[in-house]
Design a protein around this ligand. Structure first.
Ligand SMILES: [Zn+2]
Length: 269
């Protein structure tokens, strides 16, 4: 048993004595296109943490459904309205594009920081020696906030707080994008019955960033496709449960590997 909320105190104490690691999986409730559940990011992070904990030990906190985002600049440039084909005069926070019927639950950055810091403080006081912030959400300011909290609360060599992005670096360096092929594959690996790619435009029809809130990584980086539509090889319909299963397996193993290294580096006694 590695799920903290289901563990009894004796089990937590035993787990902590064997491997003094606490994983904090997190991410916002966020628009992920019409075809994916809102909780994908934290649930993805939770699954990666569970896999690592089953391999190397430690306890996994319940997913923290919290994350932050920020207002998109007009552009041009990375993350801008212009690079996503959105009009220059709209106010857009994160993936909450003007046509979305449901908005994301982003927490303002400083409030988000307080929640995460409090969790980390609790876990360090509870004598966990490694706290891993396992993040499933790619927003730039969200990741920067978590990196900063990890750096500021880290107490090497005896108590470590580290940031870990659930996604692995893409071999072709493109990154996962948002609600596109890779995240859809991950969702198919997690809960195939909750994925509805039939709600997307039919095969061959353009899937516009601005219309669906589904975006490839190069577009976020300031290099959109010429018509501001998702490249066909990034289309969610190309995702399979098998891709998802192998992504999750690799991500779990990567986290397990880095946690094992951290635990080995702790001074004894
Ligand atoms: Zn996501």
């Amino acid at each position: 048993m590695v799920r903290y909320e289901l563990m009894r105190p004796d089990e937590v104490a035993d787990a902590r004595r064997r491997t003094p690691v606490a994983y904090v999986p997190l991410g916002p409730l966020e628009w992920h296109g019409p075809h994916l559940p809102l909780g994908l990011d934290p649930l993805h992070a939770h699954e990666v943490a569970l896999r690592a904990a089953r391999e190397v030990g430690g306890v996994v906190l319940p997913a923290l459904f919290a994350g932050t985002e920020t207002v998109r600049p007009a552009g041009p440039g990375p993350q801008s309205l212009a690079t996503l084909g959105l009009p220059p005069d709209v106010r857009v926070v994160g993936m909450d594009f003007p046509g979305n019927p449901v908005s994301s639950t982003y927490i303002e950055e400083s409030a988000f920081g307080v929640i995460v810091r409090e969790l980390v403080r609790n876990l360090l006081e509870a004598e966990f020696r490694v706290v891993v912030l396992v993040n499933g959400h790619g927003a730039v300011n969200h990741q920067a906030a978590l990196r900063r909290i990890a750096a500021e609360t880290d107490r090497p060599p005896s108590q470590r707080v580290v940031y870990h992005l659930a996604f692995l670096p893409d071999p072709d360096a493109r990154g996962p994008g948002h609600a596109a092929r890779e995240e859809t594959a991950i969702a198919l690996g997690l809960f195939p019955e909750r994925v509805r790619t039939d709600l997307l435009p039919p095969p061959g029809a353009p899937l516009y960033y601005a219309e669906h809130g589904i975006v490839d990584a190069p577009a976020f980086d300031g290099h959109p496709s010429p018509d501001f539509a998702l490249p066909q090889d990034e289309h969610p319909r190309t995702a399979t449960p098998e891709q998802g299963a192998s992504i999750l397996e690799a991500e779990g193993r990567a986290l397990a590997r880095s946690v094992r290294e951290l635990v080995t580096s702790l001074p004894t006694g």
